[in-house]
Design a protein around this ligand. Sequence first.
Ligand code: PEP
Ligand code: MN
Length: 297
Amino acid sequence: MIENKAPSKDVSEQDLLSKFPLAAKKDPYHYSQFEIAGISFGPKNVPIFAGPNMVESRELILDCAKNLKNIGASFLRGGAFKPLTFPYRSKKYNETREQGIEWLREAKETYKIPVITEVMEEKYLPIISEVADILQIGTRNMQNYPLLTACAKTGKPIMIKRGFGCSLRDWLGAAEYILVEGNNKVILCERGIVSPHTHKESSRFLLDLQIIPAAKEITHLPVVTDPSHATFWRPWVRSMAMASVAAGADGVMLEVHPDPPNAAVDPLQSIDFKEFSNLLEDMKKIGMVLNKNKVGE
Ligand code: PEP
Ligand code: MN
């Protein structure tokens, strides 16, 4: 299947057969197609996941659900359980964890928009999987194999964010941990990797756009991107979101907040409703060029 078998290829022909028999394509036209809460995933669709970084309050998440549904997002995103880089958060975060899941439920039921939220610890899986339409595995937990297995066993669809230091081979290995449990609704999300030039002013992470064709060459799983986490910088989110669609992404995750500079987490990377609405219209234009049936809902 891989025409160029150069030794520098991250994934060898042998790996395809022996390491990830379930994630590998059976033929060049093999692409997973499935529905999650009525939203289609597959080569013709570009679902859009939008919402605040953190479920900060009931008002915030209801406001986001209402506006994002109206604008045309497919899923509402928002972390209730969050892997924050530093432990010194306000009391607010501790108060909003389990509560956040309840607010997501209310937002989902009130505005009829499915939700995706992160799982960090197995002990919270029962309450999260009762509400979430998709379980999100964050970049830091991509290789937390017991967590992957526990999530897989719920039968819920799972998005695996690529570990920021992980290869395509590692990423597909993580997907295989879910597929081997008989759970087939797996989505891969590229969210930026570290490079010798990252963590400088020009780039915190590097959105690896090239991983989109590279992954889709060998796996049938949908590959989406998260330009918000990759760029960490609002003015660049739009270009990288457009480029993701142009490069064949099967979905885009975007951080959207009604008042980005005052977002409790990652205020530099969120865009507001108006910016999201304009961006969605432009992503739709790119989708038309590529003969996509749908970008967003
Ligand atoms: C997130 O999406 O809220 C998040 C923490 O992402 P990542 O795991 O990619 O850093
Ligand atoms: Mn973040």
